[in-house]
Design a protein around this ligand. Structure first.
Ligand SMILES: [Zn+2]
Length: 395
């Protein structure tokens, strides 16, 4: 028998409000708890899980940042051609998906790439911030090391899912790795991301969500069985990056901003994410009228420097915006640079709102439960070190 392995199971969007209503692996998981999320989307939360750092220190937040000088879209002929296509055609999902794939191939980025709903005519103002695969060496913008980098460096054997692969593929490749008799793994990272889409489409509670949780329960039970046949001690930790908030209304902020006489690209730049709008002021006259518009809006808040600092989202040189306007939980920006159509669920609101909160559960008794996503890195490291020491002492 191999000695000990710790399996970290990432289930995208399995928030505490969702988990606490279910009997998910109740006979296995001895501790289930809320764990604080990080302000932003998965593009922010996942680097925090992998590095233990807050957004300002790993420098990942949202996909688009105003940076015309470094824009990879700046002199792209294909994008200039797409600007000539009538909006009725170029805004169609299928057309945008194909165009996105063409751009992605040309840029050869290894990270997650999606042009979303960013108009082709505005792309040249923005840099794309997830160019590299987060899980591979050098994947973090600030140059920080991830838990995988640490394990590679220490030559601790581990298993890592492929985030591009399906859940089914990731589950079978983990089981394969567990039974591979040549390697005593100390650590495994299983990536399961499909529930996020179900929750966006259906909200919560919903039968599809209940069914999905039941499916995870069966699959993870099987993983445990396979692991327990190989290892004396199988320690499992299941966590999400954020929760999900049911959408109760939509708001068109872009039209209000465009009613001012300010010119995009000359006076200001803006990215309309799903739950927040981020503004850059390009001259001295832009800030006041934009603030005036925002102060009239009752379904959102201008985030203060103090709030951004306490959330770890105050970036050097205001990389991700001079001003961030955050919508109230449940209100979705439509239209936005992320999409044109409403959804049933969204995340990326105030991290302290109950529906934003992520979940953490385990089959072990931990003295100190991780309180926020940035605590997971320390736990992962501790577990991997512990198992590596035990496994190397194997007879
Ligand atoms: Zn999502």
């Amino acid at each position: 028998m191999k000695k000990s392995i710790s399996l970290f199971v990432f289930i995208d969007a399995l928030g505490w409000e969702i988990l606490k209503e279910s009997t998910f692996l109740d006979d296995v998981l001895v501790q289930k708890a809320p764990i604080g999320t990080i302000f932003g989307y998965s593009a922010t939360c996942d680097p925090t899980i992998l590095t233990g750092l807050l957004p300002r220190d790993h420098d990942h937040f949202s996909f688009y940042a105003y940076d015309p000088e470094h824009s990879p879209f700046r002199n792209d002929l294909f994008i200039q051609l797409m600007r000539l296509v009538p909006k009725a055609l170029s805004s169609r999902n299928r057309v945008r998906n194909v165009a996105g794939r063409i751009i992605k191939r040309k840029l050869a980025y290894t990270g997650y790439f999606n042009i979303y709903n960013m108009p082709f005519r505005l792309m040249r103002f923005f840099d794309y911030t997830e160019k590299k695969d987060l899980y591979q060496p050098g994947g973090i913008n600030s140059g920080a090391a991830t838990i995988m980098d640490y394990l590679r460096d220490q030559q601790i054997p581990f298993y890592l899912s492929d985030w591009r692969a399906s859940e089914q593929n990731n589950l079978s490749s983990l089981k394969q790795a567990l039974t591979d008799s040549g390697t005593d793994l100390a650590y495994g990272y299983l990536y399961l991301a499909a529930m996020d889409a179900t929750l966006h489409a259906q909200g919560f509670p919903h039968q599809e969500v209940t069914d999905k949780i039941a499916w995870y329960e069966n699959e993870l039970r099987e993983v445990l069985e396979v692991a327990q046949a190989e290892y004396e001690d199988v320690r499992m930790f299941i966590f999400s990056d954020h929760g999900m908030t049911n959408i109760t209304g939509t708001f068109d902020l872009r039209s209000l901003i465009e009613k001012t006489s300010l010119v995009f690209g000359k006076d200001y730049a803006a990215v309309y994410d799903s739950t927040m709008a981020r503004f850059w002021f390009l001259n001295d006259t832009a800030e006041e009228p934009i603030r005036e518009v925002l102060q009239q809006v009752s379904c959102g808040t201008i985030l203060s420097q103090q709030t951004l600092h306490s959330w770890g989202a105050d970036f050097a040189n205001n990389r991700y915006g001079d001003l961030i306007f955050l919508l109230d939980p449940g209100v979705l920006l439509i239209p936005s640079h992320m999409g044109e159509r409403p959804l049933a669920g969204m995340h990326g609101y105030d991290p302290h709102d109950k529906d934003s909160v992520a979940s953490f559960s385990t089959n072990t008794h931990l003295q100190n439960l991780p309180e926020r996503l940035d605590d997971l890195y320390g736990l992962m490291k501790e577990e991997a070190d512990r198992n590596a020491a035990l496994n190397s002492g194997r007879e």
